[in-house]
Design a protein around this ligand. Structure first.
Ligand SMILES: Nc1ncnc2c1ncn2[C@@H]1O[C@H](COP(=O)(O)OP(=O)(O)OP(=O)(O)O)[C@@H](O)[C@H]1O
Ligand SMILES: [Mg+2]
Length: 255
């Protein structure tokens, strides 16, 4: 149904943590979710405890059907197209093949999109060919914003990129929402940044704020989403509530 790119050119802001945990809670709500790991770091692949020999790289560069690379995860309702280290070379191969290098992912996902309620694209921390492919394939973008100094400046640059993608390739691309991450209630800065982002993007900022929570950073080393690792932690509650908000807003994306 909806293809959502989780993107922000800034590194370490919680993109992968958001993809994996949102996918898990959407799955728990009964949705069919496909996570596509678009990052050669393969973090969302390993956050699900999966080690893959093949995956998105073969889809993008070897014309392998996306369907053939989908694997189940141990998380209810969640499937994965994995990233492998080879994906680091996909950018250059995409640029050298014929046709539009930015629309390869969109075309690859077209035959399978109807099988899923959500396809979540975990983007790398850059605005390279891989991220642009994700933005061209997506119906909407969900942007994790870390509660830190200069968050708004980074966001403004990212918004300009979205505008360029709309003009050149994907006029229907919507901004699904901004989710504040790593909120630390004890710091003035966290409160200030959250208020500032809400002031600029009042209706677009999700009500749910993701707290800085050590359980969220521990879960990946056990290869499980927070829902399986510590479902009563504050981080788990936050991602559960984000999933509810996402499910409420999602129908508007495809209307
Ligand atoms: N809410 C949180 N509380 C505590 N730690 C967090 C939280 N969100 C993410 N982290 C940790 O911060 C680090 C960066 O998070 P994550 O990998 O999700 O960011 P990313 O934006 O995907 O990074 P990259 O740009 O490298 O892909 C990870 O070690 C993760 O476990
Ligand atoms: Mg990541």
């Amino acid at each position: 149904m909806a293809i959502v790119a989780v993107a922000n050119q800034k590194g370490g802001v919680g993109k992968t943590t958001t993809v994996v945990n949102l996918a898990a809670y959407l799955g728990a709500l009964g949705a069919r979710v496909l996570v596509v790991d678009c990052d050669a770091q393969a973090n969302s692949t390993s956050f699900f405890g999966i080690e893959a020999a093949t995956g998105l790289y073969e889809v993008l560069t070897r014309d392998v059907d996306a369907d053939a690379t989908i694997r189940a995860t141990e998380t209810q309702g969640v499937h994965l197209i994995a990233a492998t280290p080879a994906l680091a070379g996909a950018d250059i191969e995409l640029l050298m093949r014929g046709g539009d290098p930015n629309a390869v992912l969109r075309d690859a996902l077209a035959p399978i999109r109807q099988q899923y309620s959500y396809i979540l694209l975990d983007c790398p921390p850059s605005l390279g060919v891989m991220t642009v492919n994700a933005l061209v394939a997506a119906d909407a973008v969900l942007v994790p914003v870390q509660c830190e100094y200069l968050a708004l400046e980074g966001l403004a640059r990212f918004m300009a990129t979205l505008d360029r993608v709309r003009v050149q390739s994907n006029p229907g691309l919507r901004l699904f929402g901004l989710v504040m991450t790593m909120f630390d209630a004890r710091t003035v800065l966290s409160h200030q940044v959250t208020e500032e982002v809400r002031r600029h993007y009042p209706s677009l900022t999700f009500q749910t704020v993701i707290p800085r929570n050590v359980r969220l950073s521990e879960a990946p080393s056990f290869g499980r989403p927070i829902l399986a690792y510590d479902p009563y932690s504050r981080g788990a509650e936050a991602y559960r509530s984000l999933a509810v908000e996402v499910a409420e807003r999602a129908p508007a994306l495809v209307s």
